[in-house]
Every structure is written in C-alpha cells, then in structure tokens.
Write a protein that binds this ligand. Sequence first.
Ligand code: 5GP
Ligand code: MN
Length: 340
Amino acid sequence: MEKQTIEKVSHLLETPKNIVIVGHKNPDGDAIGSCLALSFFLRNRGHQTQVVMPNDFPDFLKWLPGCESVITYDRNTKRVRDSIRQAELIFTLDFNALHRTGDLSEVLESVQAPFVMIDHHQQPDDYAVATYSEVSMSSTAEMVYHFIDAFNGVAEISSEIATNIYTGIMTDTGSFRFPATTATTHRVIAQLIEAGAKNSDIHQRIYDTNSPERMKLLGVALNNLHILPEYKTAYISLSQEDLDNNNFKKGDTEGFVNYALSIKGVDFAVIFIESKQEGITKISFRSIGTFSVNEFARNHFNGGGHTNAAGGRSDNPLEKAINEFISILPNYKDALNHVS
Ligand code: 5GP
Ligand code: MN
C-alpha cells in the first residue's frame, strides 16, 4: 500500500466515523469476506460500520462471522439508502467501477461522502479520494490483510476477521492454486490460521455442502459442454429451463466454468447462464496463460475483471448470445493459438 494512500486514509479515520462498506452485485466469497473483515477491524478502532450489498449472497457463505448484519439494497432499499446518505465515509471493496453495484450505483453517485477503494481488478475508475488498487493481488481479502497491517493492526486480527479474510482469499484463488497466489499469500494465510481461522473447517463449509439439485445441475451443464478445438475453447450453457428444473439457487453455478477449463488443450472457457427475469444472458470467462478475458469481456460483453477470470453479459437470449460469441471467435483465432 502506498504511503500517500495510507496517509489519506489515516487522516479520514482520525476521528470516529459513521462508515458504510459496500461490495459488488452478486457478491462472492471475496466481496463478503473482505467487507465483513474490514467492518470488524474498523469497529475495533472505534468506528460505526454498516456492510451493504446490492443483492443477496449464496447460502454457502451464510455462516461467515458477522454476515447476519449485512443489508441488501434489493430487500432493504430504504435502510440501505438511509445508511449510505448518513455515512461520513464509504469503503467500496472488490470492485472498481460504481456500475458494478447495479441499481445501487445511483444512490452511491448522489452522495457527498468520500470513497475509499480497496480492489484488485484491472482499470480502476477514479471515484475515490483514496484508491488502494493492486491488480496483481490474489484477492481483495488479501489486500484487507495488508490494509490492516499498514495500520499496525495485525495483533487485532480476531478469529472473526481471520475467518473472513481466509474465506475471501480461498474462494478467489481456487483454494490457493491460481497464478496470483504468491508466497506472501501463503504467509498471510499462515498468520490467519494462527489468529484463529479454522482452515479445514472453512473448506468443508464452503465446498462440502452441495445440494443434490446443484449436483444434478452440474450434470446438465456438463451435458451441454461444447468444445471448439480450433480455438482451444470450450463452453457450457444453462437455459432458464435447466435452472428451473433443478431448483436453482444463487451460487449453484459457481465453479462450473472451471470444468470446461480443465479439459486438456482448452485455454479459454465460457459459461452462459440465461436469466429470463433480468432479460439477459450472464457470462463467465476463464483462460489459462496470456489470453486476456478481461479485454474480451470488456470489448464484446459489457464486462471485465482479470486477465484470466472475467464476467459479462449479453442482452440477447441464450442461443443468440452463444451465436454472438461464436461469431466473434475467428477474430481471436491467432491469439488463442499462441497462448503461452
Ligand atoms: P465471475 O465470472 O465469477 O462472475 O467473475 C469473474 C471475475 O470478473 C470476478 O473477479 C468479478 O468480480 C469480475 N466480473 C464479473 N462480472 C463483471 C462485470 O460485469 N464487469 C466487470 N468489470 N467485472 C466483472
Ligand atoms: Mn475478488
């Protein structure tokens, strides 16, 4: 963390403040874990905090310490709006453009309170008075650890904070295997275990609580797998009907795209998920090596993220979205065949 950023934040936190901490739409383990960890830390430093999300988060995260205090804009619109309007300081975590909060962005754009950004995605927007952005970081949760360290707070890391940060790092690194996982990440993890994060327990709670319906849906997804060897590409699709037939719940499709990426010879994997309610097709992109799915998602599907993991959307229904994707691929044939 840069000295200048530390000084700015230090100044903002000099006196006890009323602080709102915001994560992105469809929050994942990193968004929730980071926000909750920071909330515990700031409270310990004498501030008042409220964690706010645009919408609900998956059941497999609903045991995280402090998660019962999270309020969501889609369910508690007035409370969230009031909290944000009363806030003296707003932290935004695990995203770097206000539109990533969906409808909540209108509220955020209309307030006077200063923003502090903590995030590891590429190409951050310029809305914060203090921007702690590091795209090489494994996760925002790891950055929250470094943030706490920068404020000499490592000794204050309770088991609640440690559990939340551990979960954020674990979920964003595919259990410490993606390339952004560094020796420092592992040193942070060691500290978190010493501070009370029960590592084996956390893995079990996140990964071993599959519902039978999720497993059935995975079967459907794998059945819908298509491989395009000339582009080293594989894609999976799930229609609204597939989701409805298998009692789809938020978070059920998390990680499905990685099965496509795990195929030998595949360097680019995509999952298309139809959402009739939103009238869109949600898309997740993953790659191995130098092919930037951040650029691909930004250029063609209204999205973004990281070099090897990004998300986006198409305003077309499922089949049309897939055809749109397939028609773009020839432009990337060379890039996809020279992935290192
Ligand atoms: P996922 O495919 O798991 O939804 O997202 C992969 C990564 O891309 C995550 O880090 C996520 O925050 C980011 N991401 C997902 N959707 C979008 C989007 O629409 N815009 C941007 N800028 N990033 C996204
Ligand atoms: Mn993240």
